[in-house]
Design a protein around this ligand. Structure first.
Ligand code: CS2
Length: 453
């Protein structure tokens, strides 16, 4: 077992795990994966009876192609036995700890990327040797390795955060420093935290997916559904150079991931969130339904061409107009039922890197961004908890309560949430977002989008 993965959700099982399985098939190496669930036993309970193997089902416009993946060797559930997780991470055979714990799992402040000292799990992990948070597990396990005279593992984040490796390194060092400055120095000099850009659309598996596979003779309690496209760009910085042969299976190993990361977070995730809020309010269930609506199709194409691409530097070898065209086709794939509600989740953690960075740069350059302003206003309507048909929205967000209270007070109260909006940006956004919000209230999302597009 060479890899411990924290947060064994559908995304990693349909993306990183598939690449690792292919790299082992191509070039060997002991890179089996021990999965860790930081919250619930659901995945472990589903996978254990089937020996931790599962099916990854490619859903293209032309049909489904299921493929059996058996690179996961065991799954631990952290709250049941955190000491066992630490022991596994401290095992000499483990070279990499990878993570998909979602934006909120980093326990940082999304507006500035620093650790949130008030986060209840961080408060807990400062005081207790058996952690709850991902940063807590990393720091305590690294301490065990240092005490045992082992090298640190490489910490490889696979979440959609800008400079994800740098953010995680900062959070880990902040926590380590508070516990033991010597440990922090050792991590800072010996540790490696490569940045990565990950991409594959993986909607949550639905009961009907499991039933459809069963009808084809495939019994799997936890298959994963994914689009044909995939991309993984990894900063080639690993402790001792030890990693699976990812280059052999199409992973781009580069010196600097930043340009890829910006392209993907702003062009894909930024428009995903814009379509999710405005599409949901307008009554669209999935991204493919949303872009099948010509009003939203024009809207998203305009966002790319007029507001997002002008603020980007293309990464080597990428043509941003072609990338946008390919994204549109991926969104339109009717086989992928990716719910707007799923993407709308955790907006307070997603907005800064997906939309606000572009807005800040457009404002500085004097470039208008009416579509992105409308998207921010759409998020504000969404967290208010009522859609355009008057139905209640089940808002999922670590700040849901605070957002609801602020939404009831209005746009200015939401803009004053410093976890999300830096002060100068909030001031610059206020007139445009207030006007966009008023249009959403008066016209509804679809008509407000139509007015723009
Ligand atoms: C989506 C992403 O749920 C979301 O917020 O925007 O999961 C998206 O599908 C992936 O990043 C695609 O690589």
């Amino acid at each position: 077992m060479g890899i411990v993965h924290l947060g064994l959700g559908a995304f990693f099982r349909a993306h990183g795990a598939v690449y690792v399985a292919e790299a082992m098939a191509a070039s060997g190496g002991d890179w089996g994966i021990l999965g860790v669930s930081l919250q619930s036993p659901t995945v472990r309970d589903a996978l254990a009876p089937q020996g931790f193997a599962y099916w990854a089902v490619e859903q293209g416009p032309g049909g489904e192609v299921p493929r059996r993946i058996d690179v996961v060797q065991n799954v631990l559930v952290a709250p049941e036995d955190p000491a066992a997780v630490l022991a596994a991470m401290a095992d000499a055979g483990v070279k990499i700890v990878s993570l998909t714990v979602t934006e909120k799992g980093y326990c940082h402040n999304p507006a500035d990327g620093r650790i949130n000292q008030q986060h209840p799990d961080i408060v807990h992990d400062m005081a207790n040797p058996l952690p709850r948070s991902a940063p807590g597990f990393l720091v305590r396990a690294l301490a065990l390795r240092r005490a045992a005279g082992l090298a640190p593992f490489t910490v490889m984040t696979c979440d959609n955060l800008p400079e994800n490796g740098h953010v995680l390194r900062g959070v880990v060092l902040d926590l380590a420093r508070a516990l033991d400055p010597g440990l922090a120095n050792w991590i800072a000099t010996e540790g490696r935290f490569p940045c990565t850009m990950v991409d594959r659309i993986v909607p949550a598996t639905k009961p009907e997916d499991i039933q459809r596979l069963a009808a084809q003779g495939i019994t799997d309690a936890a298959p994963v559904m994914h689009e044909p496209f995939r991309q993984w760009v990894v900063e080639d910085s690993f402790v001792g150079g030890l990693r699976p042969d990812l280059g052999a299976v199409g992973v781009q190993l580069v010196a600097d991931v930043t340009a890829y990361e910006h392209m993907k977070l702003r062009m894909l995730n930024g428009t995903h969130s814009a379509l999710a809020y405005l599409g949901y309010l307008a009554g669209h269930q999935t991204i493919s339904d949303t872009v099948a609506d010509p009003v939203f199709a024009r809207f998203v194409k305009g966002l790319w061409a007029d507001e997002i691409i002008p603020a980007l530097v293309p990464p080597p070898g990428e043509n941003l107009a072609a990338y946008a065209q390919a994204l549109f086709e991926r969104y339109a794939n009717p086989a992928i039922r990716h719910r707007t509600w799923q993407i709308a989740m955790d907006g307070s953690q997603k907005l800064p890197q997906r939309i606000l960075g572009t807005l800040a740069e457009n404002i500085a350059a004097g470039r208008p961004s009416p579509g992105l302003m409308l998207a921010v206003a759409g998020w504000m309507r969404y967290v208010g908890g009522v859609d355009d048909a008057g139905a209640a929205i089940e808002v999922k967000d670590p700040l849901a309560q605070m957002l609801k209270t602020a939404a009831d007070q209005g746009v200015a109260a939401l803009l004053s949430l410093r976890q999300v909006f830096p002060e100068t940006l909030a001031q610059a956004l206020e007139p445009g977002v207030t006007a966009a919000h008023a249009r959403l209230v008066a016209l509804g999302a679809r008509a407000a989008v139509e007015e723009l597009a």
